[in-house]
Ligand binder design. Structure first.
Ligand SMILES: [Zn+2]
Length: 111
């Protein structure tokens, strides 16, 4: 999961003008838009667990379907078995998943 920021000029209804905004992305979804002028923040509800599942699904979708159906059934037990099951680049995958977990934790705390 990736969090990224982007600057863009958007129309702010509070400034009633086109102003610079900061857009925060989680993967490809916009999760937060802040007006740099009045600092009005719009938080968009991103289904973070859906994003997380989607990411894992994309990673394992090339693997045998038995694994993907298993993961749909029980994600947490699937994750605990993951490093053994997927021999290629387990470290990289677990590292990314841990990063994702951190983002999810932070995101959930905010709500
Ligand atoms: Zn504004």
């Amino acid at each position: 999961m990736k969090r990224s920021e982007m600057d863009a000029n958007l129309f702010c209804i509070y400034c009633n003008d086109e102003t610079p905004h900061v857009l925060v992305y989680l993967n490809d979804e916009i999760t937060r838009i802040e007006c740099k002028e009045c600092h009005h923040i719009v938080e968009l509800k991103v289904d973070i667990m859906k994003e997380f599942y989607k990411e894992i699904y994309e990673r394992v979708s090339t693997k045998p379907s038995r694994i993907t159906s298993e993961y749909k059934k029980d994600l947490s037990s699937f994750l605990s078995k993951l490093p053994i099951r997927i021999a290629s680049k387990p470290y990289r995958l677990m590292h990314d998943l841990n990063e994702s977990r951190k983002i999810i934790r932070k995101y959930k705390k905010k709500q």
